[in-house]
Design a protein around this ligand. Sequence first.
Ligand code: SF4
Length: 325
Amino acid sequence: MNASLDGITQSVLNHKNISFAQAKALCATREDDLYSLFNAAYTIRRKFRGRKVELCAIANARSGACTENCAFCAQSSWNKTKAKVYPLLGEKEIFKRALLARESGAGYFCIVTSGRGIQDKKDFRKILRVIPKIRAKLKLKVDASLGELTLEQAQALKEAGLFRYNHNLETAQSLYPEVCTTHTYSDRLKTIENVKKSGLELCCGGIFGMGESWPQRLELVFALKKFNPECIPVNFLNPVSGTRLPKKKPLLPLEFLKITAILRFIFPRQEIKICGGRETNLRSLQPFLFSAGADSIIIGDYLTTKGNPPSDDLQMIRDLGLAVN
Ligand code: SF4
C-alpha cells in the first residue's frame, strides 16, 4: 500500500471523515495500485459493516408511460424502448411479488413506480394499505421509490410502516441538464428533504457510466454526503436500446470497482447497495464487489431488465464466506 493510501485508510478507520482532497487522491489511484485500494476499502467495510450482505428485491409496481425525459430510463415516454406499460398493480399482485422476494432470500422489498410521483389518491392509498400487510405477514422491511413526494405523503408512508424511501440524485448537478430537463435537480432535493423530515430512512445514490468525469463523480458523492443517507444505491449504466444517452465507450469493470471502493471510503458506515447494471458491467468480476467495499445488492430482476437467478447470487455470497443478513 502506498503511503498516501495507507494514511487515508487509517484516518477513515479512526472515524475521521475523508476530505475532498483525499477523495481526489483516491480517484488518482493507478491501475497497479487498484487491488490495494480494494483491499483497503474491504478493511473499512469489515470494521464498520461486518461480513453481512443485505439483499433487496424490487417490484416494478407501475411500469412505463412516464412523462419525464430521463435520458437513461427505459420507462420514459420520450425514449423509444420496449419496456412494458401497465398501471399500478393491485394489492394482491404487489403482495405476491413481495412473497417471491422473500422466497428469493431478500430481507428488503422495494415497491417502485414509474412517473414523476403518485398523484392519484386511490393509488397512493393502495400503497399505504399494502405496506403493513407485507411487514406483518412476510416480515420484510418495506422500501419504496415512487418519485417525488410531498412531506404529507412521506409522513403517511412512515405511519404505514415504510422503512426507507429511495430517491436518487442520479448524477452530478453539472451533468444533470444533459440527463433530464422535465424536472430539476432542485425538485429532487425537495423530495429528499421531505423524506429526511418525515423520519424515513433515506436511500439516495446515482448512476455511474453516463459520461461523467471523475470530478463530476466526486461532485455527486459529496452532494450525497450532505444528506447522510442510510443507504447509497449505486447503478452502473446498462444502456437499454432506444434510450437517448449519447453512445459512449462502456467503462471497464475495474473502473466500476474503483468507484465502489472510493464510495466505501467516503461512506464507511452506510449500506452501499449495488443495483442495476451489475451483471452486464462487471461480468466475471461481480464477486469482487464485496472485496471492494460493497455490502448490499439487488437480488432478482430489475425494473425492465433481467438479473442473475437469485440462487446464483446466494451461492456467490456463500462461496465468498459472507453471510446474508
Ligand atoms: S427515472 Fe423515473 S421519472 Fe425518470 S423517466 Fe424513468 S420513471 Fe420517469
